[in-house]
Design a protein around this ligand. Sequence first.
Ligand SMILES: *Cc1c(COP(=O)(O)O)cnc(C)c1O
Ligand SMILES: [Zn+2]
Length: 398
Amino acid sequence: MSLSNSNTHKFSLLKHLRCPECGLVHNAAEINTVCNNEDCRSTLFAEYDLPQVLNPEQFLAGRPANMWRYHEFLPVINPDNIVTLGEGFTPILPLANLKAEAGDNEVFWKDESGNPTGSFKARGIGMAVSKAKELGIKHIVTPTAGNAGGALAAYCARAGIKASVYIPQLTPKVFKDECRLYGADLVEVDGNIADCGKLANDDAVQNGWFQVSTLKEPYRLEGKKTMGYELAEQFNWQLPDVIFYPTGGGTGLIGIWKAFNEMEQLGWIGKERPRMVAVQSTSCDGIVSAFHGGQSRSEFKDSGFTIANGLRVPKPYADKQILNVLYQSKGNAIAIDDADMNDAVKHIAAKEGMLIAPEGAALWVAFKKLKAQGWIKADECVLLLNTGSGYKYLENID
Ligand SMILES: *Cc1c(COP(=O)(O)O)cnc(C)c1O
Ligand SMILES: [Zn+2]
C-alpha cells in the first residue's frame, strides 16, 4: 500500500483487536474489555492496516499539534466522536543546569506536565473516552491513584458522559477536588488502588457501567502510544538510546513500544530500539524483582504509601507485557525511594525551573544510579519521560 491508496482517505485504519497472548481476534465495532478467552483474559491490542508511508514529514505536515495528528493509527473511526482538550505534542527539553551532572550524556525531558489536567493520563483517558462515546457508552468508572481520575472526570464532563472515580483516601486533596469540580461521583477508599479496583468493579458489574481501569480496556493504550510517535517525530526519526519510564500499570511503556513496532511497519524507523527502563517506587517494586529474577510475571507487592501516588500499583494487570518490553529491549528496572524522589523534585525545580511529579523526578535519580553503575554508557542519548505536573503533589513534598 502507498499514500495514494484508497485506504488512506479513511480517518482511522483500525482493523480489529487482537490478543497478544492467545491471538484471538475481537471485533472492534463492539464494546471490548480484555480477551474473551476465559483462560486468557489478557489486555487486547488494536491492530491497523498499516500502509508504507514514504515521507512522514509530508504525511504529517499541517496537522494539529496534538495527539490526533496520528489519527490513521488511532481507533476513533468518526472524527465527530473525538473528545479533545488539546492533549499531546508536549515539548522535548534538553537539560539546562543539570547538564553539569549528566557527564557525557545528552539527556532530554519529554515534559507531559502541560497536558490537560496536568499529566499524560490525558492521552489515554482522552482516547478511551472518545472511543467510548463512539460506542455509545453512557457511564464510565475507574479506580485511580490520582491523575487518571481527574482526567476521566474532565474528559467525561466534556463528552457529556457520567463518571465515577474510586480513589485512595491517602491521595492529595487536589486530586479529589478536581474530580468533584468536573462533576464526577467520587468514592474515597481506605486502601490502595487494588482495593479501589475491587470496589469499582463490583459497582460497575452491578450497574452496567463501563470500566477503564489500566489495560483492562484497549484504548487508553492507544492514547499513550502517541508518546512514541511524537518522540520519534521530535527526534527526527532517530530514537534515543535509552528511555526511562515511571511504571505504575505500565500503559505508557507498552504503548511506546507498540508505537515503535507500528512505525517500523510504516517505514518511519528501522529495527533499532531504545533500551526501556521501568522505574518503580521501593514501596511497589514487583516489576523490578520480577525483571531481575528473570520471571515472566510479577508478584503482588505493596509496602504502603509513596509520594509518587501513580507508582503505587501493587501488581500491574499487564505485568507480562511490561516485562516483555523490558526483556526485548535489553532494558532495565530499578526502584527509587521516597526520600530520593523528594530531594529530586526540589533539586530539579531549583535547577531546571520545572516542578515535576515525584514519578518523573524518580527518573533523574534512576538515571544517575544506572550511569554510576556503568549501565548507561558515555555519549548515549537518554530520554526521561516526566509524566506529570508537581503542582498537584505539593502536600507530599517535604
Ligand atoms: C499514572 C501515572 C504514572 C504511571 O503510569 P502507568 O501508565 O500506569 O504506568 C506515572 N506518572 C504519573 C504522574 C501518573 O499519573
Ligand atoms: Zn487471549
